[in-house]
Design a binder for this molecule. Structure first.
Ligand SMILES: [Zn+2]
Length: 359
């Protein structure tokens, strides 16, 4: 401070102006208030993705994790305080700065590009420029002013499959139970399945496996398939890619430690995932398993309601979604199961695990 005083009032004024100029991102970028953030649909390879955005000096600014919908991995680099977006190419956007660094493969070097906008954190979410980032990653971006929509073509060669059911005509069907094991519902389901000689698929949560290793072992010992449903059930689209990988890896580690089985099936919590997440499941060697029959049992549906949904939506190759976490709302799941098995068998259905279904 003493140094500043010596330079006199005029210089001090100029220094302050200069500092405001630098921190505001050179070209008059004004700090954005959260109230100026709007929502819109963006077309990504023809799929409409709803996202927050705001405009700054002609730049469409989107939350960093929006880019996961384009298949790019998104990480926060704490060392450099920047957002890394990677897909074929590498783009780094330092927080609260008005430039991006990107890697040029053929020249084997990093290039800095100054922008008329600043990577800004709003409600703890970094916002990054959509168009320049997408272009650096080899995507095409166009804007249709008539319908006021941005179209992104990601040029992703092959997108991983999500299985909602198996494409077969034989009357095979798979029962699946998510979120366990727990000590209230799981033992009852295992008893019924054992008595009826039905093999099911359990998408387990890693943290629950750590609480109930014996029940996890019992699943495998009684012929069921044990599958990965993350460590603590987050919404994967809201996580950086490193955290997604960690959720899956830690869960597979405990499943293998407890049961000796290496799980190869994965179901994202809430069925929520982006293209980047799907690419991660695939890269880690997992099949992404959805469902074709949703019993909505977690809402407290009665056995009758669950049975009528299954009766309505069943089909050859179908995958039935049910749950087994500790909650009295799931009594319907337990009550419905013996009848569900008997009714489907009477119609000629055979029960298989997901591995059996997708063979
Ligand atoms: Zn779940």
């Amino acid at each position: 401070m003493t140094k500043l005083y010596k330079t006199g009032k005029k210089s001090l004024f100029l220094i302050i102006i200069l500092m405001v100029f630098i921190t505001s991102g050179f070209i008059g970028a004004v700090p954005v208030k959260a109230s100026t953030v709007s929502t819109a649909y963006f077309s990504v390879d023809g799929e409409l993705i709803k996202s927050n955005y705001y405009m700054q000096n002609g730049h469409v600014m989107v939350p960093d994790l929006f880019f996961k919908h384009t298949g790019a991995t998104v990480e926060k680099n704490t060392k450099y305080n920047s957002i890394a977006v990677v897909r074929n190419n590498f783009v780094a956007l330092p927080l609260e700065k008005s430039y991006m660094d990107y890697y040029v493969k053929d020249k084997n070097k990093w290039v800095r590009e100054y922008l008329a906008t600043t990577t800004t954190v709003i409600n703890n979410r970094p916002y990054i420029p959509l168009v320049v980032t997408a272009k650096k990653l080899g995507m095409n971006v166009t804007y249709d002013s008539k319908i006021r929509r941005t179209f992104i073509q990601t040029n992703t060669p092959e997108k991983p499959i999500a299985y909602e059911k198996a494409n077969i005509t034989e009357k095979k069907i798979a029962l699946t139970f998510d979120d366990g094991p727990d000590k209230l519902i799981t033992p009852q389901l295992l008893d019924i399945l054992k008595e009826k000689e039905v093999a099911a698929t359990f998408f387990v949560v890693g943290e629950q496996v750590s609480y109930f290793p014996q029940l996890s072992k019992r699943m495998v010992e009684e012929g069921h398939t044990i599958a990965n449903h993350t460590w603590d059930h987050p919404q994967l689209s809201k996580l950086y890619t490193d955290d997604v990988v960690q959720q899956i890896r830690s869960t597979n580690e405990i499943i293998e430690k407890v049961t000796g089985v290496k799980a190869t099936l994965f179901r994202p919590p809430y069925g929520d995932y982006t293209l980047a997440d799907a690419i991660v499941f695939d890269r880690l060697g997992f099949k992404n398993i959805m469902w074709s029959v949703d019993t909505i049992d977690w809402s407290g549906n009665s056995a009758e309601e669950i049975l009528s949904i299954v009766h309505r939506d069943k089909s050859p190759g179908g995958i039935v979604l049910q749950h087994n976490f500790q909650n009295s709302k799931l009594q319907g799941t337990v009550d419905a199961l013996p009848q569900m098995i008997d009714q489907l068998r009477a119609e000629g259905y055979e029960f298989v695990t997901i591995d059996g279904l997708l063979k």
